[in-house]
Design a protein around this ligand. Structure first.
Ligand SMILES: [Zn+2]
Length: 175
């Protein structure tokens, strides 16, 4: 009888142990979109969300870049040296921004494109840090994405210098 009780206790303990095993997280999942009710790759309706609200939803690095116009460190972004075929969306709201065919190898340290989706972005004059630049923002959620310069390759001569953190890549081969 004592033996049986021991077995039952052992089974119970083992059962408890099982529950504490770590939950597997697949790296390809979009962690941002999960807790972000405004993220959509199909809904193009303009968003008008306060920074206070975005701060609750976005990861701190994405919030700093998209809502406070911070810049990720050069050569650190995941799309800097990346040339897969697919589309780039706004990491904040899911709006379509770039096609991979407009991406080019630039030595500046950030992912660079020579053409943006006209429906995806708009521009603002930026005179911060004593520089005269053109800021690129998402048309749907007004997030800061990066800057555009006129030293890019043909056919446009433009260089959209973007923060990887602001972008979400979806491969053509992804279902
Ligand atoms: Zn957006």
């Amino acid at each position: 009888m004592k033996f049986l009780v021991s077995i039952i206790i052992l089974i119970f303990l083992l059962g408890c142990k099982q529950k504490h095993q770590p939950i597997k997280i697949t790296s390809m999942e979009n962690k941002e979109a999960k807790n972000n009710p405004y993220y959509s790759r199909t809904d193009t309706a303009k968003l008008n969300i306060s920074n206070e609200e975005w701060q609750k939803i976005l990861a701190p690095d994405l919030y700093a870049i998209s809502r406070e116009a911070a810049t990720e460190r050069a050569f650190t972004g995941k799309y800097n040296e990346f040339d897969e075929t697919g589309d780039y969306y706004c990491a904040v709201c899911g709006n379509h921004l770039f096609r991979s065919t407009s991406k080019f190898a630039s030595s500046c340290g950030w992912p660079s494109f020579f053409e943006a989706d006209k429906e995806g972005v708009y521009y603002k004059r930026d005179q911060t840090y004593g520089m005269e630049r053109v800021e690129v923002l998402c048309k749907r959620c007004d997030s800061h994405l990066g800057h555009v310069f006129d030293d890019g390759p043909k056919p446009t001569g433009l260089r959209y210098c973007m923060n990887s953190i602001s972008l979400e890549f979806v491969s053509d081969s992804q279902p």
